[in-house]
Design a protein around this ligand. Structure first.
Ligand code: ADP
Length: 284
């Protein structure tokens, strides 16, 4: 299968001044394929955000290459089509809202690329519908909750019809309710066929993805399905990462009640297991 994004031996340093450079990404290679839902995790300072900015050419490598649909992100003539193919939702919802009315905000990017009026209206309707914000379309965004604002920002990216959306710590400013809302939207968009990449330090969020890439010191140290990755509890601890809290709880319960499964990584699985256990023990 053709990849959407391909990184080949990517290295990158920030230039602090004429003499000093901070080497952040070191020889990273991987591909993202259509329809994948990938979480990139790593502790603070491991290079996640720098890596995510390479996925659509916000940053370009010092050596190595990033290819989006076969176009090199260093090719200035392809910048626009690359940004259109790979959209980004950032951390702060407030910084992404530009208009004073929700539907105008969602339409903003479309106006910039000159999408005809009728098509624009259709795309705004569809995008607001996906993120369940249609009833707020005439409201000023600054009256919305953090999670709602982030869903408006997602609708703005979605309306551009990208092939892939990168969520760069997009839930880290939200409360647990807002985070849940945004996670549901990510899953829904992935079920609709959209490729999702989420950069996160929340393990519960990474557990929702189909593939996890772990980075440490600007290098990939693990790449696999969440259930496999979270089996490496000690290695993760050495990388200053934890398994999801529901996995930790399941393990504690399993030690006392061996029939309670410890192979749990998602909240929904934990709830199911509690119900199953309760039925078996109490018989109701
Ligand atoms: P993460 O997202 O995993 O926290 P970052 O990619 O933000 O990691 O940062 C990786 C390293 O690069 C850190 O040491 C950070 O201090 C450094 N860094 C990030 N942005 C800049 C910048 N604009 N200028 C200089 N150094 C930076």
């Amino acid at each position: 299968m053709e990849s959407i994004i391909r990184l080949e031996n990517v290295s990158f340093s920030y230039k602090i001044n004429e003499k000093t450079k901070v080497s952040v990404l070191k020889n990273i290679s991987f591909s993202i394929f259509p329809g994948e839902y990938v979480a990139i995790i790593g502790h603070n300072g491991s290079g996640k955000s720098t890596l995510s900015k390479h996925l659509n050419g916000i940053l370009t490598p010092d050596s190595g290459d990033v290819w989006v649909h076969g176009h090199n992100t260093k090719d200035v003539n392809k910048k626009r089509s690359i940004r259109q193919a790979v959209g980004t939702v950032f951390q702060h919802p407030d910084n992404q809202i530009v208009a004073t009315i929700v539907e105008e905000d969602v339409a903003f990017g479309l106006e910039n690329i000159g999408v005809p009026r009728e098509e624009m209206k259709k795309r705004v309707d569809e995008a607001l519908n996906v993120v369940k914000m249609s009833q707020f379309r005439h409201r000023p965004p600054h009256h919305l909750s953090g999670g709602q604002k982030q869903r408006v920002a997602i609708a703005g990216v979605l309306a551009m019809k990208p092939d892939c959306i990168v969520f760069d710590e997009a839930t880290s400013m939200l409360d647990s309710f807002g985070r849940k809302e945004v996670l549901q939207v990510m899953r829904k968009m992935n079920n609709m066929g959209m490729t999702i990449i989420t950069v996160t330090h929340h393990m519960s969020e990474a557990a929702e993805a189909d593939r996890i890439i772990v980075i440490e010191g600007g290098q990939i140290v693990m790449d696999g399905p969440p259930r496999e990755i979270f089996k490496h509890k000690l290695e993760l601890e050495n990388l200053q990462l934890e398994v999801p809290s529901v996995s930790q709880m399941a393990e504690v319960i399993h030690r006392k009640f061996t029939t309670f499964s410890k192979d749990i990584i998602q909240e929904s699985e934990f709830i199911e297991e509690v119900e199953k256990f309760h039925k078996a023990e109490v018989g109701t």
